[in-house]
Design a protein around this ligand. Structure first.
Ligand code: GLA
Length: 382
């Protein structure tokens, strides 16, 4: 039985007559990691794994939400003090609250939802959930909030209800995703451009280390603070700058003695990564996948040695890719576990996947998971 049918059956058994169904997606990111909250570029796309929700107004002032994956129900009100205790329900509650804060109408509804984005794999299961509900609520209550603002509703939900000070990349990709296209997004202005992505002779494949870092959200917030301190120090000399995206490498050098060594290398990584996104876009326009791949390796090096968001398992997968002449490979998403994204020549795909499974299992005692990347549509009504 497919996910939508299972959801519908549960909905009918719990809440009577069925409602409308909506879906949204997780995301990959080709390059541009930890650049979004620094006002830089990112290059994500939505994937074929996401969240589906069925939803119907219930004529009360309460939300009754059922997570099929957790097999749990949670009922909550729509005022600030009604924040539910269950972590998964906070995403739905946060989206309701952020919609109301923007002047949107939200009244009681019933919903059943489920997802197939692997949790903690760096594929933004939480953004998929937020975008699905932001889109559904906007449509149900005819609030007329624009898609970019729906992405911001998801981001604010993370900030204000989930404790993660994330950038806009995940929610934007989840809302704006278009089958077959990556999105080059300027996170300072939210200007974006679709790039059809169909590299002849290559495939994108994710290798999931299945490592989940417990303190990932606090470590993530610390990285962001480092960047903000570095930018503030540079601003003293160059008042026109707002974020690291406006900074030249040489300006960072000027403040080397004024910021901590740790803040320095964090900013060094981010400034390098901003340039790599632009280089990858140029390379894609020439179908130059060797350059794209080389930039991915450089990103991995930076994320591992300067930004320090990799781990032993991800470094192992990256090294293995290099050893096997895989065109590009790097840790993807926030880091601290999750997947590597690999740009692999068609003929190398099977031997690489086989070696990754065998060698990783031999070293770490558990098998990695492998997902083929299928670039798909984002938030929508089904
Ligand atoms: C997480 C965040 C994003 C972004 C990435 C790193 O996925 O939610 O906003 O910062 O990490 O690029």
């Amino acid at each position: 039985m497919d996910m939508q049918t299972k959801i519908h059956e549960k909905f009918v058994s719990l809440y009577g007559e069925g409602g409308a169904a909506y879906a949204s997606a997780g995301r990959i990111n080709l390059i541009g990691e930890h650049t979004d909250y620094n006002g830089g570029f990112v290059f994500p796309g939505a994937i074929d794994k996401g969240i589906v929700a069925e939803i119907k107004l219930n004529g009360t002032d309460k939300v009754r939400a059922y997570s099929l994956d957790y097999d749990e129900e949670c009922t909550f009100g729509l005022n600030e003090e009604d924040k539910p205790a269950k972590a998964w329900a906070c995403y739905v509650f946060g989206v309701c609250r952020e919609t109301i804060k923007r002047g949107g109408k939200v009244e009681g509804f019933d919903t059943v939802f489920a997802g197939d984005v692997p949790l903690g794999a760096g594929l933004s299961s939480s953004a998929a959930l937020e975008s699905c509900f932001a889109f559904a609520i906007n449509d149900l209550f005819k609030n007329g909030i624009e898609l970019a603002e729906l992405a911001k509703i998801g981001q604010s939900t993370e900030h204000n209800y989930c404790g993660v000070n994330c950038g806009i990349m995940d929610q934007f990709a989840s809302c704006f995703g278009k089958a077959g296209n990556l999105i080059r997004l300027n996170c300072a202005t939210l200007e974006y451009k679709y790039f059809p992505f169909n590299p002849k002779g290559y495939r994108l494949v994710l290798v999931d280390s299945c490592v989940k870092h417990e303190l990932a959200s606090s470590a993530y917030n610390f990285r962001r603070q480092s960047c903000e301190r570095a930018a503030a120090a540079i601003k003293k000399n160059h008042p026109e700058i707002e974020t690291l995206s406006d900074c030249k490498r040489i300006w960072l050098e000027e403040v080397r003695g004024e910021i901590s060594g740790e803040d320095f290398i964090r900013a060094e990584y981010v400034i390098g990564e901003m340039q790599r996104v632009l280089d990858v876009c140029d390379a894609l326009e020439r179908d130059d996948y060797e350059t794209v791949g080389e930039m991915m390796y450089q990103t991995h090096f930076g994320m591992s040695k300067l930004y320090e968001v990799s781990c032993e398992e991800l470094d192992f997968l990256n090294k293995l890719a290099r050893k096997m002449d895989v065109t590009g490979s790097r840790v993807m998403g926030g880091g601290f576990g999750g997947c590597t994204i690999n740009l692999v020549k068609d003929e190398l795909y099977a031997p690489f996947v086989e070696a990754a499974k065998k060698e990783f299992t031999a070293k770490f005692g558990h098998a990695p998971k492998v997902y083929d990347v299928v670039i798909s549509d984002g938030a929508r009504k089904l």
